[in-house]
Design a protein. Structure first.
Length: 351
C-alpha cells in the first residue's frame, strides 16, 4: 500500500531546503512542482503582509511555555489561553502565516486529530508557533518531520544556537501582538526551550513557564511522537538509529540548557512546573502559575478558582503513559538538574 504523505507547504527557503536533500523518492516525484508553486505564492503574500507589519514593535513581556516535547506543554497552553484570554497563535494562523494577517480566520472550523495521541485540534485551537516558524522558512527542528535523514543535523543547529535571529518569526509575533493591542502574548513551543538566550535578548520582560516531566516517560512518548509525525509528513524514511541518536542528543542538550538557567536565569523570570503536579492537582497548579504571571481578568481582578474550574471542565489534563527511567548517565544527569531547577524555580523557592 502506498503511504499518503501530507506536504508541509511554505516559503521558498523551506522548499529549497527540502529539494536540497536530493532526488525525491519515486512516490513523491510530483511534490517538487507543488512545493515550488506554493512557495512562489507564499512569498508574494508574505511580501505584502510584512509591509503591514513594518514599524510594529515586538511585545516586551510575552509569556513562553517551554519544556521538552511530550511534557504536557500543549495542555498547559490550552488551559492558560482559556483562563486568561491572552493573545496566542491559533492553528489557522500557524499553518497559514503568509496570509493570516491579511485575512481573517476561515468561516468553517475544521477538526483534525494529532497523529501521536489523537488529541483534538481545530481551526481556532491555540497552536504551537513553531509551525509558523517552520513554514516561514526559518531553520526549524521540525524540518526533521519532512526529512528524517537530516533530523540530527537540525537538532544540532537548535542545540548550538546557530539558527540566527529568526527575523520572519519575529514579524509573525509582531503581527500577533498588533492583532490585539494591549493584550499579553502567550507563546508555546518546546523548541523555544533551547532558544532562551535569544528570547531573553529579544523580549527583556519575558517570563517562562518550564514544564518538567519524568525523563523515561518523555523519551518513550517522544519516540512515538516523532515516528508518527514522520509517517504523516516525511518525504524520506527515517534511517535506523537516527531517532534514537537524536533523543540522546536532546537529553544532553536539555541538561546543558537547565544548567545554564541555574546559573543565569533570575528567579522572577521562570517558574518550574512538575507535570505530575499539573496532572494530580490541576486547579492548584494553574492558580500558582496565574499568580506568578500576575494574570488578570478583563475586569482587572485576579483570575480566581471559579474561572480555573470552568477552564478545567473544558480543557482536562490527561495522565501520560508510565515508563521506567533508562539506565544512562546522561539521563541521570538530566534528572538531577531538573530536581535542582525545581528547587530554584519551583513554588517552594518563592515561599
Amino acid at each position: 500500500m502506498t503511504r499518503h504523505t501530507q506536504l508541509l507547504l511554505g516559503s521558498r527557503a523551506l522548499a529549497d531546503w527540502i529539494l536540497g536533500g536530493g532526488p525525491l523518492p519515486r512516490r513523491h516525484l510530483r511534490s517538487s512542482a507543488r512545493l515550488r508553486w506554493h512557495a512562489y505564492w507564499f512569498e508574494q503574500n508574505w511580501s505584502t503582509e510584512v509591509k503591514r507589519l513594518a514599524g510594529i514593535a515586538l511585545p516586551q513581556a510575552p509569556t513562553f511555555i517551554v519544556g521538552l516535547w511530550r511534557s504536557g506543554t500543549t495542555a498547559l497552553h490550552e488551559s492558560l489561553a482559556a483562563c486568561t484570554g491572552w493573545t496566542t497563535p491559533r492553528t489557522w494562523q500557524c499553518f497559514g502565516p503568509s496570509t493570516c494577517f491579511l485575512a481573517g480566520p476561515p468561516r468553517d472550523e475544521a477538526v483534525v486529530y494529532r497523529p501521536m495521541d489523537q488529541g483534538r485540534i481545530t481551526t481556532l485551537t491555540p497552536q504551537e508557533d513553531e509551525f509558523a516558524l517552520l513554514l516561514l522558512g526559518e531553520p526549524s527542528l521540525y524540518r526533521g518531520f519532512i526529512d528524517p535523514r537530516r533530523l540530527r543535523d537540525c537538532g544540532e543547529q537548535l542545540w548550538s544556537g546557530h539558527e540566527g535571529t529568526l527575523e520572519r518569526w519575529q514579524d509573525f509575533v509582531r503581527g500577533l501582538a498588533a492583532s490585539a493591542p494591549g493584550s499579553p502574548v502567550l507563546l508555546k513551543s518546546p523548541n523555544h526551550t533551547f532558544r532562551l538566550p535569544l528570547l531573553r535578548s529579544l523580549f527583556p520582560g519575558a517570563r517562562f513557564i518550564w514544564l518538567g516531566r519524568h525523563t523515561g516517560e518523555v523519551l518513550a512518548s517522544n519516540e512515538r511522537m516523532w515516528r508518527a509525525m514522520m509517517k504523516v509528513y516525511g518525504l524520506w524514511d527515517c534511517p535506523a538509529g537516527a531517532l534514537e541518536g537524536f533523543l540522546q542528543d536532546m537529553v544532553r542538550a536539555a541538561a546543558a540548557t537547565i544548567g545554564r538557567c541555574l546559573e543565569e536565569m533570575p528567579r522572577d523570570k521562570m517558574l518550574w512546573v512538575d507535570f505530575e503536579q499539573l496532572r494530580l492537582h490541576p486547579k492548584e497548579t494553574l492558580l500558582r502559575i496565574l499568580s506568578f504571571l500576575e494574570a488578570r481578568s478583563s475586569s482587572g481582578a485576579p483570575i480566581g478558582p471559579e474561572q480555573v474550574e470552568e477552564t478545567l471542565a473544558r480543557v482536562p489534563i490527561h495522565a501520560g503513559s508510565r515508563a521506567s527511567l533508562p539506565d544512562d548517565a546522561s539521563v541521570a544527569t538530566l534528572e538531577n538538574l531538573m530536581r535542582a531547577a525545581g528547587h530554584r524555580f519551583g513554588p517552594t523557592a518563592r515561599c
